[in-house]
Write a protein of this length. Sequence first.
Length: 261
Amino acid sequence: MASDTETLEADQQFERLKALVNKEYKYIDRKWDAVFWISAAFIVGAAADITMLLFAGDWDFWTDWKDRVWWPILTPFSLVIIGSALQYIQWLAWRFPTGMTYTAICMWGLSTMGRWLQWGNFVWYPMNFVWGTTMVPAGIFADWVLMKTKSFVLTSLLGSAVFSFTWWVSNYVMIAPYLQPAEWMDRILTLSDIQGIAYIRSQTPEYLRIIEHGTLRSFLGETQYVSIVFGMTVTVAGYWVGQFIGRMLAIWPIGRFMKKW
């Protein structure tokens, strides 16, 4: 009789523990997800913005420096690096093709906030002079290519080309109004050039030099198309730089640590 009672109590205890294990902690799970993704947003956004500033720098900072030669080459290359690393990490961990888009949203938010606080409030430059680039549409298309192909090799070739071209189209919409001609002291300049003259920077007159200077005018007398195509090629290299960061500097150390301990 005692044995039956003990067996019954053990079965009840087992059922209680089983129910506890299988219980859905929706509140805790969602709270943890929010803490993780919001905390990671600052790290990812800062890494992407710093990388962009290191490689593209002034070519993506001032309106008058957003030219047809270097801006379409350097900026997509610098933007795709951290996006590619996050794309690999999220695809490996959850099979989510969202790494590039997540990086784009984080970088755009932090970059806009930083330029508004630092240059808008402290230096009093207008935001239409120091506005940051956006890679959200480009990131969406790059993630879409990974979702369809499920291959990092094809994504590096097709996705990087799509990324670079989509980045140019989405940002050209914003830069186009500042490329309109205007008369300034009996000279015909673009609105962006007038902004560069009106708002003095620390390295003036160096910042007022002819930015668009080069020998790339080899296709129908245009610089823009050659730079876009060359930027697609350079972006492929940037994609694999990001893959190296994601594989060797993020995932590999974690794997080595887990195997050791």
